[in-house]
Every structure is written in structure tokens, then in C-alpha cells.
Design a protein around this ligand. Structure first.
Ligand code: MG
Length: 410
């Protein structure tokens, strides 16, 4: 199935000529169990965008089921095919302007695509996968790295800022079967060199897990917990009573204890707990981030470009949080090397003050879609890609994992 884009601007000028989607199934290195999902493989959507003959890549990080957020792979695919791709392919800007401002701001072509997609509500992960592919193509054409580009966009850095060579890596550990298994898993990750550990918690699997880790590894272990909203059904008072048991454990933060929409509840909970609250699922846009900060609903923000609708929005939230004195860190969505590379570039910005869920590819996948999968470097650091665009190359044998693919041209 190949659709021709139609619209008043189609056919004029230069720019985005082709979009491909590749749906892949990648085996996970080990079973992944969170409070909201259990996965044995990753249902992946890669987007390739061709701009003036140069191909850029993005990854839609929606998961197979709508249990982390309302988005899911089949839904993201549907909205891309029916609503986003036709609008994007209809955008035309003058050939001399398409890549303009790549170094100091948003390329004109990307600005045009974002404007064309604006009438479509929601679907931030689908939007981000598509716009990142367009941005990557623009940056590759100009030989500009994504990290440099994002630094130029940020009010905290600006043009000429030089990204750090690497960022500190953290690791996320799924819900373990028992305390012994958790301790063995954490010990293995610390041995590998990770700077901090995040564990998943839910009512009934919280204080026992945290206390066991403190007892085993002592106060120096940089530890944080993520509840994926699992305390929401308890209500604020009961959740506060429950989570106050963690206040003596010296956690870096408690992530998303209550429901996605409950900013006021999180603000109330934040007042009752000594441990900093961090929001993940709740922060779906720059506007929501502004509201959360105004309410005092969090002291830390987990930024995921897919959850907030694009890298530009991620940078804006980074800046907003910095202005409010609130630190951010980069979360993960079990990305392949494509999404991981973009996250590493984003996490190079200066207000990413805690290690992100930026782990080596091998932590999650037995094999990756990029020619040089991300590895954990000396000192528990992950290299920030320096090459043009997202700075990684896609393997030529994607077909080995292929479930479905299609292409659309203007
Ligand atoms: Mg989370």
C-alpha cells in the first residue's frame, strides 16, 4: 500500500519525499516485568524519512499494549498512516530554506511538519518518532550532531555550546521475583559499573525491597524507585502512609506514585513525604510540566521525548524545570539503538542532573538494529553520539526482525 500525499502545497519546492515504517520484533535479553507490563520481546516501530535524498531515522516508543500510556503500537501505526504521514508529506518549503537554522534552531522543514501535524491531538509517541526522523535527516544533511542541535535550542546552553563526551548511566530493574533475585540483579549491575539503580515498586513490593538493598549495599547505593502509578488506587492519604515508610531509606526519588492525571494528588503527597517526588507519566507536554511545577507536584522530572511529543518539547521542559530549580533525568522505554542514541544526545544537556535510564543495549537486547550498539564505557559512562544527526547507522539486515513495513511518497 502506497499513498500519495495530497494538499495545496504538495509538489512545490523541496523537502520530505518519502517515509517508511518498519515494524520489528526484537527479543529482549531477559523477561521485563514492570507494574504495568510484562514483555518477552519489543514490538518496535522505526520511521525512516527521506529529505533531499538523505535518510533520517526515528523510533516510535509506544509499547505493544496501552498500559504505560494510552498509546500502543497498532494505534500509533494507524494514526501515522491515516493522519500524520499524509500531512507531513504535503509540507513543502523552498529548497534553499528546508534545512535553514539547523545549527541554531529548528530546521524550516521540521517547523513546517510540526505545524502541519499540530491539528492532530494527542499521539505524542507517534509524532515524536516521525519528527525525529525528519530532524535526523536534516541534521545529517548539514553534518550537525543531534546533541549540538539540542544544545543550540536550549536557553540554558545556546549556539556554540559543546556537549559533554559522555553522560552517567543508570539502570532500571524490573519487578524481581523475590528479594534474593533482586539483590543478585543489583549486584550484577553495580559490578558492571552503573551509577545508580532504579527498581520498580508497587504496594506490597516496596519497603521490603528497598530495605533489603540498603542492608546489602549500604547507604552509598544511589537508589530510586518507580511505581508507575500503582499507589493511585489507595488515595493520597493511604499512599502517603505507605510511602512514608521509605522516607528513612535515603532514596534519590520516588517516581510516579499516583495516577497520570493526578497533579493535585501528587502535590499533596509531596508535602507529606521527605523523599523527592518525580513525575513521569503525568508530564505529557510543556503545559502540563508548567502546571506540575506551579503546583509543587514534583521536585524532579523524568523526561522521555516520546511521552512529550518530540525532542523540541523535551528541551523546552528541560529549560522550564531548570528555571524552576527542578532537576530532570532521562527515562527509558526499552528503546533500540535508534531511540537510545537520541536519548543520549538529549541527556547531554546540563539540567539532566541525575543519571538516566541510559543503559548499554545488551542490558535489554540480545541484538540491536544499529551497527554499533551503545555500550557501557569506563567509569559507568555512556558516550554521547558525535556523528551527524542521531549519530548511529542502521543495520542493513533489518529484515531479520521484520514483521511489516510500508512506504509513502510525496
Ligand atoms: Mg517511570
Amino acid at each position: 500500500m502506497t499513498q500519495q500525499a495530497e494538499g495545496p502545497l504538495a509538489g512545490a519546492g523541496s523537502g520530505l519525499s518519502r517515509i517508511e515504517i518498519h515494524r520489528l520484533r526484537l527479543p529482549l535479553a531477559q523477561l521485563w516485568v514492570s507494574p504495568v507490563a510484562t514483555m518477552v520481546d519489543r514490538d518496535v516501530l522505526l520511521v525512516a524519512a527521506t529529505v533531499d535524498g538523505v535518510v533520517g531515522w526515528g523510533e516510535c516508543v509506544a509499547q505493544h499494549e496501552p498500559t504505560y500510556s494510552p498509546e500502543y503500537v497498532d494505534g500509533a501505526l494507524d494514526v501515522m498512516i491515516r493522519h500524520l504521514i499524509p500531512r507531513a508529506l504535503a509540507v513543502r518549503v523552498g529548497a534553499d530554506r528546508a534545512l535553514q537554522d539547523t545549527v541554531t534552531g529548528t530546521p524550516a522543514l521540521l517547523a513546517g511538519v510540526e505545524e502541519a501535524l499540530a491539528p492532530v491531538k494527542g499521539h505524542p509517541m507517534a509524532r515524536e518518532g516521525l519528527t525525529t526522523a525528519v530532524l535526523d535527516a536534516c541534521l545529517r544533511s548539514r553534518g550537525v550532531s543531534l546533541a549540538s542541535h539540542l544544545g543550540a535550542l536550549s536557553s540554558r546552553t545556546g549556539p556554540g555550546w559543546v556537549p559533554p563526551a559522555s553522560v552517567a548511566a543508570g539502570v532500571a530493574i524490573g519487578v524481581a521475583g523475590d528479594v534474593g533475585a533482586l539483590i543478585r540483579e543489583v549486584a550484577a549491575r553495580l559490578e558492571e559499573g552503573y551509577h545508580r539503580v532504579k527498581i520498580k515498586v508497587r504496594p506490597g513490593w516496596d519497603a521490603v525491597a528497598v530495605n533489603a538493598l540498603r542492608q546489602q549495599f549500604g547507604p552509598a547505593l544511589a537508589l530510586q524507585v518507580d511505581a508507575n502509578g500503582s499507589y493511585g488506587p489507595l488515595g493520597v492519604e493511604a499512599a502517603a502512609a505507605h510511602l512514608a515508610k521509605l522516607d528513612g531509606a535515603g532514596l534519590l526519588l520516588i517516581e510516579q506514585p499516583l495516577g497520570d492525571d493526578d497533579l493535585v494528588g501528587h502535590a499533596g503527597l509531596a508535602r507529606r513525604l521527605a523523599t523527592p517526588l518525580c513525575l513521569d507519566e503525568s508530564i505529557t507536554s510543556v503545559d502540563v510540566a508548567r502546571s506540575a511545577l506551579a503546583l509543587g507536584a514534583c521536585r524532579v522530572i523524568n523526561i522521555k521525548p516520546g511521552r512529550v511529543g518530540g525532542l523540541g518539547q523535551a528541551v523546552a521542559i528541560h529549560d522550564l524545570a531548570a528555571d524552576a530549580g527542578v532537576g530532570v533525568w532521562c527515562g527509558g522505554m526499552l528503546e533500540t539503538g535508534v531511540g537510545r542514541a537520541a536519548n543520549l544526545a538529549l541527556a547531554a544537556l546540563p539540567n539532566f542532573c541525575l543519571p538516566g535510564d541510559l543503559s548499554a543495549s545488551e542490558r535489554y537486547f540480545t541484538d540491536d538494529v544499529v551497527t554499533e550498539p551503545a555500550v557501557l564505557g569506563p567509569g559507568g559512562q555512556m558516550a554521547v553520539p558525535r556523528g551527524p544527526g542521531i549519530g548511529v547507522e542502521i543495520r542493513s539486515d533489518l529484515d531479520r526482525w521484520l514483521v511489516w513495513s510500508d512506504r509513502w511518497t510525496s
